[in-house]
Design a protein around this ligand. Structure first.
Ligand code: FAD
Length: 524
C-alpha cells in the first residue's frame, strides 16, 4: 500500500521547500530556522520533555514561558504498513482532529435528505463521497498543524529534537535520529517529563501487514471499501459511524460489550441507532485472516468457521503505552501490569525528578484535554510554585458516533458500585430532536438523557449522559455546573432554552425503574 506519509513530514525535502514557502508567505516578518537540532547539541536543560503530543507540547511551552530552559523530543515509529506523521502527537495527526473532520464530512452527506424534506430542490443523481479529496483536505490540515507546532515551540524557545529519546540515567537522555536512528547525542536535564502516549494494539495471531489501524485510516490513499472494524471501543464505533455515513459497507466485530467503561444503558441505545442506520454488528473474534487477492482480505470468524471477504480490515482493539525501549528500566520507573507508568497525584513517578502525564500513565482517562491540563498544571507546580491538580471525578467526553454520546462523571454501573443501588437515582428522558422532523430515517429513533444523582448528598449530580445531536456542544456547559457541585434542584431551578434538546436536562421528572414511562417527548 502506498502511503502519503512514508517519510516523516519534517524530513522530506519537498516539505521543507513547502514550509519555507509558507513561512515566507505567512511569517515573512520573522526568519524561522527549523534546523535547530544541529546547533543545540549537548545542552543542559531545566526540563526535558519526551513526547511532543497533547501533554508534552502543553507542558514544554508552559514551562518555557515560566523561564525554564526546555528541550522536547518527538519521534513517530512508522506503522507496520509504513504510515508516519509529524509533530503534535496522536490527537492532531491520527486522533481527535482527523476523526472529527471525517465525522463532520459524513454528516454533510446525510444533510441532503433533510434539505429535500425541508423543501429544497437538490439536483442529484446520486450522492457519493470522494475519499481521496477528503483525505487530501484532512492531511492539509494535519500538515498546517505540524508546522504551526514547530513554529510555536520555536517562538516559546523550546529546543525541539525530531529524535527518539531513551532515558540513560536520572539526568541523561539519549537522542537518536537520522537514517536508521544512527546519529546519537546526549542531553542533560534536571527534571524529565515522560508524555509518550500510546499506539494501537495488534493481534498476535494475524499478519499485521494485512490490516490497518486508526494510525493509517486518515491518510489511506485508496477508499476503504467494504470494511471490517474489529473492536467496540469508542474509536471503533466512531470510525464505523463515519465510514458508514460516507457510504461504505461496515461491519463491527466485537467480543463482549459495546463501549466498555461507558454507561451500558446508553451504549445499547447507541448500538440500536447505528444498526438501524446500516452498521452491522457481529459478535465474535477473528480466527484467521489472509489475502484473498492483492487488495482484499478473507476473514474467518471464530464461530462456525464463517468466512467473509473485506477490502479493509481495521483493528481498534485498544491501545498500548509507548513505554517499551524508553530506558525506564535504567532508572527503575515502576510500571503497571499493562505497562503503563505509575505516577502519583503530583504526576511524579517512582523516580523523584521524573514525571509522567497523558495516555501512558495508569488510571488516567486517555483524552487530549486531560493530558494538556496535566502538562500545564505540572509546569506551574514545578516552575511557578502553584498547587493546582486535575479533578478526575467530573471529566466530560464525547463519542462522535452518528448520534453523538456525551458523558460526564460516573456511568450508572460505576455509580451503583461506588454508592450502592439504593443511594442513586437515574432521571431519564427519551426525546425526539426537532431536527428529525426533516428526516424519514430518524422517525423511529430517539435521543436519550440521563442524570445520575446521589440521594444521600442532596441529589448531587454524579453522572450526566446525553445521546443526541451536537452532544459535545450540549455537554460542555453542564460540565462546568457539575464540576461546581450542582444538584438536581439546581437543574430544576434553571430555565429551559426552548426549543432545544439540551433543555431535557432541566425538565427531567422520570426516575429509571421508579416512575419511568415509555412516553417520549418531541421537542417543541
Ligand atoms: P500523544 O499525543 O500520543 O503524544 C505522544 C508523542 O510522543 C507521540 O508523538 C509519540 O510518537 C511520541 N513518542 C513516543 N515515544 C517516544 C520516544 N521514546 N521519544 C520521542 N518521542 C516519543 N481525545 C479526546 O480528547 N477527544 C477525542 O475526540 C479523541 N479522539 C481520538 C481518536 C482516535 C482515533 C485516537 C487514537 C485518540 C483520540 N483521542 C481523543 C485521544 C487523544 O488523542 C490522546 O488522549 C492524546 O493525544 C494523549 O496525549 P499524550 O500527550 O499523552 O500522547
Amino acid at each position: 500500500m502506498i502511503n502519503i506519509f512514508q517519510k516523516p513530514f519534517a524530513e522530506s525535502s519537498a516539505v521543507r521547500f513547502g514550509l519555507s514557502f509558507i513561512s515566507r508567505k505567512y511569517f515573512s516578518f520573522k526568519k524561522i530556522d527549523l534546523n535547530i537540532k544541529s546547533k543545540e547539541q549537548n545542552k543542559d536543560f531545566d526540563f526535558f520533555v519526551i513526547g511532543g503530543g497533547s501533554g508534552g507540547l502543553a507542558a514544554s511551552k508552559e514551562a518555557a514561558q515560566l523561564g525554564a530552559k526546555v528541550g522536547l523530543a518527538d519521534y513517530v515509529a512508522p506503522t507496520p504498513i509504513g504510515t508516519s506523521w509529524g509533530l503534535g502527537g496522536t490527537c492532531v495527526n491520527v486522533g481527535c482532529i482527523p476523526k472529527k473532520l471525517m465525522h463532520i464530512a459524513a454528516q454533510y452527506g446525510e444533510s441532503y435528505e433533510q434539505q429535500e424534506i425541508a423543501g429544497w430542490s437538490v439536483y442529484r443523481q446520486s450522492i457519493q463521497n470522494n475519499w481521496t479529496q477528503l483525505v487530501h483536505r484532512i492531511q492539509e490540515n494535519v500538515k498546517r498543524t505540524n508546522f504551526g507546532y514547530r513554529v510555536s515551540l520555536r517562538e516559546n524557545k523550546v529546543t525541539y529534537f525530531n529524535s527518539l529519546a531513551t532515558i540513560v540515567d536520572q539526568n541523561t537522555i539519549k537522542l537518536q535520529s537520522g537514517e536508521q536512528l544512527k546519529d546519537a547525542i546526549y542531553v542533560k536535564a534536571k527534571q524529565i517529563l515522560i508524555s509518550v502516549g500510546g499506539r494501537p494494539n495488534y493481534l498476535p495471531h494475524i499478519d499485521n501487514n494485512l490490516v490497518i489501524t486508526s494510525d493509517d485510516l486518515f491518510s489511506l490513499t485508496k477508499p476503504p471499501g467494504k470494511t471490517l472494524i474489529v473492536g467496540a471501543s469508542y474509536i471503533a464505533l466512531e470510525c464505523a459511524g463515519f465510514l458508514n455515513g460516507l457510504g461504505y459497507d461496515v461491519t463491527v466485530l466485537y467480543r463482549n460489550k459495546i463501549l466498555s467503561g461507558f454507561d451500558q444503558d446508553v451504549a445499547s441505545k447507541l448500538q440500536e441507532y447505528m444498526s438501524y442506520h446500516g452498521v452491522k454488528f457481529v459478535k465474535g473474534e477473528i480466527k484467521h485472516l489472509q489475502s484473498y487477492n492483492e487488495s482484499q482480505r478473507e476473514v474467518t470468524y471464530n464461530f462456525g468457521g464463517q468466512k467473509e471477504i473485506f477490502d479493509t480490515v481495521m483493528l481498534a482493539i485498544g491501545r498500548v503505552p509507548n513505554t517499551q525501549n524508553l530506558g525506564l528500566e535504567n532508572v527503575g520507573i515502576k510500571l503497571s501490569k499493562s505497562r503503563k507508568i505509575l505516577a502519583d497525584q503530583k504526576d511524579q513517578t517512582s523516580v523523584s525528578n521524573i514525571f509522567a502525564i497523558g495516555d501512558a500513565v495508569e488510571g488516567r482517562m486517555e483524552l487530549t484535554p486531560v493530558a494538556i491540563k496535566q502538562g500545564r498544571y505540572l509546569a506551574q507546580r514545578l516552575f511557578n510554585n502553584q498547587n493546582e491538580f486535575v479533578d478526575y471525578n467530573t471529566i466530560p467526553t464525547t463519542v462522535f458516533t452518528p448520534l453523538e454520546y456525551s458523558s460526564i462523571g460516573l456511568s450508572e454501573e460505576q455509580a451503583i458500585q461506588k454508592y450502592g443501588q439504593e443511594n442513586i437515582w437515574c432521571y431519564v428522558s427519551k426525546f425526539k430532536p426537532l431536527e428529525w422532523n426533516f428526516s424519514e430515517k430518524d422517525n423511529k429513533s430517539r435521543g436519550y438523557c440521563k442524570l445520575i444523582v446521589n440521594r444521600q448528598d442532596n441529589e448531587r449530580i454524579i453522572g450526566l449522559h446525553y445521546l443526541g445531536l451536537n452532544a459535545a456542544e450540549v455537554a460542555q456547559g453542564y460540565a462546568v455546573a457539575i464540576q461546581m457541585g450542582a444538584t438536581k434542584k439546581d437543574f430544576d431551578k434553571t430555565i429551559a432554552i426552548h426549543p432545544s434538546s439540551s433543555e431535557e436536562f432541566v425538565l427531567l421528572k422520570q426516575i429509571k425503574g421508579v416512575s419511568e414511562t415509555d412516553e417520549w417527548l418531541c421537542c417543541g
